[in-house]
Design a protein around this ligand. Sequence first.
Ligand SMILES: [Zn+2]
Length: 290
Amino acid sequence: MENVRKHAYKINGEENAYLALNDPFTDFNTVDELGYPSKLIFTSKAFIHFLQLIDQSHSSSSYSRSGVEEEKGCFFFGRELVEQFGKNCNTILIDSYSEDWKTTDSHILSGGSVDPNPTLSEVEHAVENLGYDCVIYFHIHPKKFHYDVFSTGDYLSFESVAKLDFMQNTSLLALLASPCRSTEKRNIYQFSCLYVQPFYNQDGKKDFHYYQFPHICYIEDEKVMEFGRFERRVAPSLSDNRRVPARHMIQGFGVDPNTGLNIQDKQIGTYRDGYFSFDEGYQYRRRRMR
Ligand SMILES: [Zn+2]
């Protein structure tokens, strides 16, 4: 599959910086296909913060001046579990995070758009002094007015972070929690995660490939839990002109909008005394490159 890039497209002849045509759930290869089964695992502490931010994003107290819910976000910091699983194992443990991002005005959301820039010094400190080798750019889209995938502005923002000098040997992942828009029911969130891989193009300039990082997990007691999945259905009127393939299972939480049942998370292993043990089918194994 072609590694589709972001496209700004024109509405009424005007370039629209916010709508990206690609779909992070299906348009990119997964890192798993490169040979490395992925897992992004939140420790209990980091997981609580992750849930708190999502909670805040739809509480009425966070309405912005434009009258819509504000975006929320922060950087999470993680380490690839090289000691246990080897280099490029794509198994990342997240145990720390930056200050929450403040919101700022943007063209589309007055007072409601996240601004990660003031926390970049924390990222630099985490990378240079604390030994973190994975930085996760996490944000949450509000329920109204914005849509369910990364915007073109988001991709530009990831790339400006990934180009910073101190990110030279550090992996950047972009994680989005977005409200499921196939239903009016509240509190159904879906997750998309992309690995932002730098490369140098023909002109010698830094450019980026994107890969899906499709397994978001968390630690609860000593269990490693993977977020459950549900079938993504996007009404054509909500697809923003993107091609949205049918019958694609995505990770999220809340009530499955198709069945009305709670989305069930799944235990995939254990975490004891600093060591992971994954169940059959979730173990790290180096696959042949295609
Ligand atoms: Zn965004």
